[in-house]
Design a protein around this ligand. Structure first.
Ligand code: PGA
Length: 249
């Protein structure tokens, strides 16, 4: 049985004092959950967040990283740096990074490999645009993105990653994919992994849904056969609302 993994993606929100207050409010609300709880916070909040989650079941992730370990890359942060302070997860290839920061599938693959080699768990985002969906290309786009992101990984490595299927038209728009649609897309991603890595590996990969997840739709989505939790943006900015998503049942 795969575990449900619920990750918040704060994006470019929350000052350190707000991060601390949020975690202090969230921790008692989610302490008894059997689901995995992750907060992916801005770099500036990482250290404060890591200190504040000590002794709780909340894990901390970053939202991006560079694929090189160190060097002349002004403004960048490496996987090695993230790992050194105790970060466990990192979002890679979020559609906002692909769209606004020109991240290609090749860069995503390099980052995934660098994350793994530094002992971080990547949360790899894939998803189609509205245009691609309307042209009937959803399956082609998301399976290709998955294949390219995972290129060169071993079975064992693939078994330890997380994929987030996030249809771009559903992010921050209030529009959610229907639970059937989301489940079908996630099945397609799993089938693709199965074709390359075999059924056992495909069945063990955590694949989340993301895009306007909130407490009112979390249960319906997360109870689908292939949806293993969610990557939550807007609704992860309020501790009480996020705790309801974590405890969706
Ligand atoms: P949203 O964002 O929940 O605000 O739609 C999800 C994401 O971008 O990860």
């Amino acid at each position: 049985m795969r575990k449900k993994v619920i990750a918040g993606n704060w994006k470019m929100n929350m000052l350190p004092n707000e991060a601390i207050a949020f975690i202090e409010e969230l921790a008692p609300l989610v302490k008894d959950t059997e689901n995995e709880v992750i907060l992916c916070v801005p770099y500036i909040d990482l250290f404060y967040s890591l200190l504040t989650v000590q002794g709780t079941n909340i894990k901390i992730g970053a939202q991006n990283m560079h694929f090189e370990e160190s060097g002349a890359y002004t403004g960048e942060v490496s996987g090695k740096m993230l790992k050194s302070i105790g970060v466990e997860y990192v979002i890679i290839g979020h559609s906002e990074r692909r769209q606004y920061f020109a991240e290609t599938d090749e860069i995503v693959n390099k980052k995934v490999k660098a994350a793994i080699s530094n002992g971080l768990k990547p949360i790899i985002c894939v998803g189609e645009t509205l245009e691609q969906r309307e042209e009937g290309k959803t399956s082609e786009v998301i399976t290709k993105q998955t294949e390219l992101a995972l290129e060169g990984l071993t079975n064992k490595e693939v078994e330890n990653i997380i994929i987030a299927y996030e249809p771009i038209w559903a992010i921050g728009t209030g529009k959610t994919a229907t639970s059937e649609d989301a489940n079908n897309s996630i099945k397609e991603i799993r089938n693709k992994i199965s074709k390359i890595y075999g059924q056992n590996t495909a069945q063990s990969v955590i694949i989340q849904y993301g895009g306007s997840v909130k407490s009112s739709n979390a249960k319906e989505l997360f109870e689908m056969s292939d949806i293993d939790g969610g990557l939550v943006g807007g609704a992860s900015l309020k501790a009480e609302e996020f705790s309801k998503i974590v405890k969706y049942k």
